[in-house]
Design a protein around this ligand. Structure first.
Ligand code: GDP
Length: 197
C-alpha cells in the first residue's frame, strides 16, 4: 500500500479547489514545526513529497497525495503560528471546517503532537473542530526520539487523559520518530486496517 510510488495530486488553497473524492482519505494535521512534513516524507518513503516548511506557516493549502486509487493522503495546513494575522487564522478555520464537514471519504485525521510538548490549547482547538464535525481522529506523537524512552509512557498517558472524554477521539496514541523510523510501521498498519474495515 505504502510501497507504491506516491504522486502529488493537487494543492487546494480553498474549499472550492479540492480535488474530487476518490477512495479513502487520511489527513495529517498539526501545528507548524510539529514535524508534519517530515512524517509525510517518512511515511511515503519520498524525500521531498511534502515541502519541509522553511517559513513556519507558509503552507496554507491542503495538499493531496495518492499512491493508489484506494488511498489519498492529505497534508493539512499547519496551525498555531504566533504571528499569523487574525484574518488568516479565520480563513484557515473556515476552510478546515468546510473540508471536515464535507469530505465523506475522510476516514481519519491524525493529529500530530510534539512528544516534548504534549497537547497545547492551540491543539485543543482543532480537536474541538474535529469533535464538532464528528470526524474520527487519533493522536500521533512526533519526535519521540527527543524524549527519554522511560518518559514516553508518561507523555502517552498525559495525551490519553486529555482525549479520554472527547467523542471523536480514537483511544490509541501512536508515538513516532521520522528521524529513527520508530512507530512508522504501526502507523502504516493502522491506515491499512482502516482500509480493510
Ligand atoms: P512541519 O512544519 O510540521 O512540516 O515540520 P517539519 O517536518 O518541517 O519539521 C520541523 C523541525 O523538526 C525540523 O527541524 C525537523 O528536522 C524536525 N523534526 C521533524 N521530525 C523529527 C523527528 O522525528 N525527530 C527530531 N529529532 N526532529 C524532527
Amino acid at each position: 500500500l505504502f510501497a507504491a510510488p506516491w504522486d502529488f495530486i493537487s494543492a487546494a488553497p480553498t474549499i472550492e479547489t479540492l480535488p474530487p473524492m476518490q477512495g479513502m482519505e487520511i489527513a495529517l494535521a498539526g501545528r507548524s514545526n510539529v514535524g508534519k512534513s517530515s512524517l509525510v516524507n517518512a511515511l511515503t518513503g519520498r524525500k521531498a513529497l511534502a515541502r519541509t516548511s522553511v517559513t513556519p506557516g507558509r503552507t496554507q493549502e491542503l495538499i493531496f497525495f495518492r499512491a493508489s486509487p484506494e488511498l489519498t493522503l492529505v497534508d493539512m495546513p499547519g496551525y498555531g503560528f504566533a504571528k499569523a494575522p487574525k484574518e488568516k487564522v479565520e480563513a484557515w478555520t473556515h476552510t478546515i471546517r468546510a473540508y471536515l464537514r464535507g469530505r465523506v471519504n475522510l476516514a481519519r485525521v491524525f493529529v500530530l503532537i510534539d512528544s516534548r510538548h504534549g497537547i497545547k490549547p492551540v491543539d485543543e482547538e482543532i480537536l474541538d473542530l474535529l469533535d464538532k464535525a464528528a470526524v474520527s481522529y487519533a493522536i500521533v506523537l512526533t519526535k519521540a526520539d527527543q524524549v527519554k524512552p522511560t518518559a514516553l509512557p508518561h507523555v502517552i498517558a498525559g495525551v490519553e487523559e486529555k482525549i479520554r472524554k472527547r467523542p471523536a477521539a480514537f483511544p490509541v496514541v501512536y508515538p513516532t520518530s521520522s528521524n529513527t523510523g520508530a512507530g512508522l510501521a504501526e502507523l502504516r498498519g493502522a491506515v491499512a486496517r482502516l482500509m480493510s474495515e
